[in-house]
Design a protein around this ligand. Structure first.
Ligand code: UFG
Length: 330
């Protein structure tokens, strides 16, 4: 089976490429390398550099490489950046999805696995969040993911493109025994920011707000380990090809950790008493996001292997220790 992984040089896409290769899939990667790293791509995958919005290029790759299914990891994904630069997000994420679906129609490729997000739910009415919860995003990033899901729905009705949208909760950890990890510039995510601060000893880690409606006042998130997340993609791909029916699944562990609890878990894993400053709120952050992932567990038979924050942080810590300067060290 031949899979095109768009965004396969990014943090999550590169772990997908490595696992697909390991499991015997033929993998082709398309990545613009705006935020991804060429060194993150498994050498057994064929690599093209280019933009998802380049319909002609995408359709040529789909045809020439005889692709059976696409995994799409090429959206911009930073909540705070999307609040500051919404048009950048609507352009890349929404226009990118339209271009991809046009190219898939053109090349007659009918299967798509796509990264959606818990950011689609906004401020949930109740926890944990099921797939039926209303979609009311509170930041442009989440809004682009809702739009992408809607566009896919209508493309399925009209053109028979079958897709599975995986609504990720917060992803952390590293692939390949700490050899493929998170390396964003600038880094905005909680776990890498804590671990970078642990390594550098700069004392600059800040928690954004302690006046939320949660047990300790800091935001609560559900952290899913990146290898577990990729297991869900491969199960979703098999399910889609077998059942030929579009669907949507939450991918999270169903355990919520506050930002202070994540800091505590990181101290435990690293053995370092990482200091922090309590700062003001960051805009666009919902109080709490915790998944009800019953549907993925029962329908896809997905079983995350890392259920605690310590387990999830452990592989990220391996990556940061081995590669304190990210892919520059590889
Ligand atoms: N945070 C800090 N300090 C930091 C970085 C983050 O306190 O240095 C806080 C944030 O304010 C938030 C929490 O840590 O309360 C998690 O923030 P992240 O930036 O790590 O992740 P987000 O929850 O903003 O977003 C992530 C992905 C999105 C995805 C979302 C789903 O980046 O793509 O999870 O829950 F949609």
């Amino acid at each position: 089976m031949r899979i095109l992984v768009i965004g396969g040089a990014g943090y999550i896409g590169s772990v997908a490429v490595s696992e697909l290769v390991k499991q015997g899939y033929e993998v082709v990667v398309l990545d613009a390398l705006y935020t991804g790293h060429r060194k993150a791509v498994d050498p057994q995958a064929k690599f093209y550099q280019g933009d998802i919005e380049d319909k002609f290029l995408v359709s040529q790759i789909l045809r020439n490489e005889k692709i059976d299914a696409v995994m799409h990891f090429a959206a911009y994904s930073l909540v705070p950046e999307s609040v500051k630069k919404p048009l950048k997000y609507y352009d890349n994420n929404v226009a990118g999805m339209i271009a991809l679906l046009e190219a898939m129609n053109d090349a007659n490729v009918k299967y798509l696995i796509f990264s959606s997000s818990a950011a689609t739910y906004g401020i949930p009415e109740k926890l944990p969040i099921t797939e039926e919860s209303p979609l009311n995003p509170i930041n442009p990033y989440g809004d682009t993911k809702v739009m992408m899901e809607k566009i896919i729905h209508w493309a399925d009705q009209a053109d028979g493109i079958k897709s599975i949208a995986l609504r990720y909760f917060n992803v952390a950890g590293a692939g390949n025994n700490g050899e493929i990890g998170e390396d964003h510039h600038p880094e905005t995510h909680l776990v890498p920011n804590i671990l970078r601060s642990a390594i550098s000893g700069d004392g600059k880690f800040t928690i954004f707000g302690n006046d939320y409606d949660t047990k300790d006042g800091t935001n609560i998130r559900d952290y899913v380990e990146v290898n577990d997340l990729i297991d869900a993609h491969i199960l979703a791909l098999k399910y889609l090809i077998k059942n030929k029916q579009s669907d949507v699944f939450n991918i999270g562990t169903a355990h919520g950790y506050s930002n202070l609890e994540i800091l505590q878990a990181a101290r435990q894993v690293t053995g370092i008493d990482i200091p922090y400053t309590m700062g003001p709120r960051r805009s666009g952050d919902p109080d709490s996001l915790v998944a009800d992932s019953t549907k993925a567990r029962t329908v896809l038979h997905w079983q995350p292997k890392h259920e605690t924050a310590e387990d999830t942080i452990a592989s990220a810590w391996q990556w940061h220790q081995k590669h304190p300067n990210g892919y520059e060290d590889k």
